[in-house]
Design a protein around this ligand. Structure first.
Ligand SMILES: *Cc1c(COP(=O)(O)O)cnc(C)c1O
Length: 501
């Protein structure tokens, strides 16, 4: 691993990366152009470096980055699949990349048509009546959907419904969004097969319940076979059914949430429809709704006139209003449109079939050494428990760190919360058999190490630029950039959080 100095440690006073020629035209003094109070009195304390130093600095940083393009990334629930470069080419077309959201509709017909068509394709995939692409992330879709559900109940004189039911296996954004939308949360237990405990659901249902938020397949990677019964119970109690569709990678062309009773669905286009994500975006979290919720959607929505022209139509009087400036993260939508068009209906179905096959392949090859809490066919991901390794002193976190030594990103660990020492693995459909086999071999080797040489695992990683970070400090007080005046740091400590190789 390179121990090249970073840019703050390089350079010498007076060194420059650029050579500017002497001006051969008359110039005005700076004082004439910039107000005196805004002028710097001293030079900024920046590194003074040559061109090759700056090039090496950024090249080394890029080499330390880890992404789907550099290695296997089985981060459960995040769907870190390969993002086809074709999507990038389409998003870079000047007709998409260089337009302005406030341009006159007549000059951006193609862009509105693309959004309009994407909405229709997402309606078809989810079994919903209408979609909005305004929300910028899954969590943003969640709060939008909950606001729609709230407006719906209020319109029927049922504004007293102030409870959202959420399974204990749920992604953390679900309770967070429900809290933000001013709901109280009741947690539903998981049953012995990894699904919603229907008896517990019955106990929790009453006339205070506004909605049940569910992921199906859930974060344990299992499909809830009781979903039709669950939907009936919730609807009979006057509640609505919200589908967290972040894990749609397992169901494309196979199951439509609308057909199983859901009233609102959000997509994570950055996961399922292959926009590079991680590090905070950009993303897109469109939501689809059943017919009775359409009047509450945010607006404006794209519309097509009889003569084939497109325009933005303002929302009706019952709309919850805008949830975002402009019309969504447009270039993410271009990537999703390209992805769906490129695969077509049959291709999308194969995406999900392969994602499910790959996950089951890994699960069966590992379940003799790692505990499988819910031993049944999994969907796009599965959750192991490292409790046997823990008994030998090697935790799920140690295993995650050790994987980095083999050039593989770690699975999600310690989530879902209901599985002790959880290791949540999502291989996605885009990995080769060889990569899956290598991952199996590495996981089996790490188990072997936990028996013979646990210190090797508990002190991992050994090959990355940084060893173990103080995770709490890294999350609470991340130092993501250098500022003038920072004490010089060694290259060991100045690598950004989470970077591994
Ligand atoms: C990723 C994810 C979310 C949140 O999506 P963001 O785009 O990160 O806001 C919600 N639920 C599940 C199950 C997820 O995997």
């Amino acid at each position: 691993m390179s121990t090249e100095p970073l840019i703050f440690e390089m350079g010498a006073p007076g060194r420059r990366a650029a050579t500017l020629l002497e001006m051969d035209v008359p110039t005005r003094p700076l004082e004439d152009l910039v107000p005196a109070a805004a002028l710097r009195q001293e030079d900024a304390p920046l590194p003074e470096v040559s061109e090759i130093e700056i090039v090496r600095h950024f090249t080394h940083l890029a080499e330390r980055n880890f992404g789907v393009d550099s290695g296997f990334y089985p981060l459960g629930s995040c769907t870190m699949k390969y993002n086809p470069k074709l999507n990038e080419d389409m998003a870079a077309l000047p007709g998409f990349a260089r337009i302005h959201p406030l341009q006159d509709d007549a000059t951006v017909q193609g862009a509105i048509e693309l959004i309009y068509t994407l909405e229709q394709m997402l309606c078809e995939i989810a079994g919903m009546a209408r979609v909005t692409v305004q929300p910028s992330a899954g969590a943003h879709g969640e709060i939008t959907g909950l606001m729609i559900i709230k407006a719906y109940h209020e319109s029927r004189g049922e504004g007293h419904r102030n409870v959202v039911l959420i399974p204990d296996s749920a992604h953390g954004t679900n309770p967070a969004s429900a809290t933000l939308a001013d709901y109280e949360i009741r947690e539903i237990r998981t049953d012995g097969r990894g699904g919603v405990d229907v008896e517990h659901l019955r106990e929790l249902l009453d006339d205070k319940v506004a909605a049940l938020m569910m992921t199906n397949p859930n974060t344990l990677g299992v499909f809830d076979e009781n979903i039709v019964e669950i939907a009936r119970l919730v609807h009979d109690a006057g509640g609505q059914l919200y589908y967290d569709g972040a894990n749609a990678n397992a169901i494309l062309g196979l199951v439509r949430p609308g057909d199983t009773g859901f009233d609102v669905v959000h997509f994570n286009l950055h996961k399922t429809c292959s926009t590079p994500h991680g590090g905070g975006g950009p993303g897109a979290g469109p939501i689809g709704v059943a017919p009775h919720l359409v009047p509450f959607l945010p607006g404006p929505l794209p519309a097509k006139d009889a003569d084939g022209t497109f325009h933005w139509r303002d929302a009706g009087p019952q709309s919850i209003g805008r949830v975002r400036a402009n019309n969504g993260n447009f270039l993410v939508l271009v990537r999703a449109y390209t992805y769906i068009r490129f695969n077509g209906p049959d291709g999308l179905r194969r995406v999900s079939e392969s994602a499910v096959l790959n996950a089951n392949y890994l699960m069966h090859a590992l379940k003799d050494l790692f505990t499988l809490p819910f031993d049944r066919t999994c969907m796009h991901e599965f959750v192991l428990s490292a409790n046997q390794q823990k008994a030998r002193g090697v935790t799920a976190m140690d295993i995650a760190k050790r994987l980095l030594d083999f050039g593989m990103y770690a699975p999600t660990v310690y989530f879902p919360l209901i599985v002790p020492e959880a290791v949540m693995i999502e291989p996605t459909e885009t990995e080769t058999r060889e990569t899956l086999d290598r991952f199996i071999a590495v996981m089996r080797q790490i188990d072997q190490e936990s028996r013979e040489n646990p210190e090797l695992v508990t002190h991992a990683p050994h090959t990355t630029p940084v060893g173990r970070l103080d995770q709490t400090l890294a999350a609470r007080k991340p130092r993501l950039r250098w500022s003038p005046g920072d004490a010089p740091r060694t290259s060991e400590k100045s690598v950004p959080v989470g970077v591994s190789r």
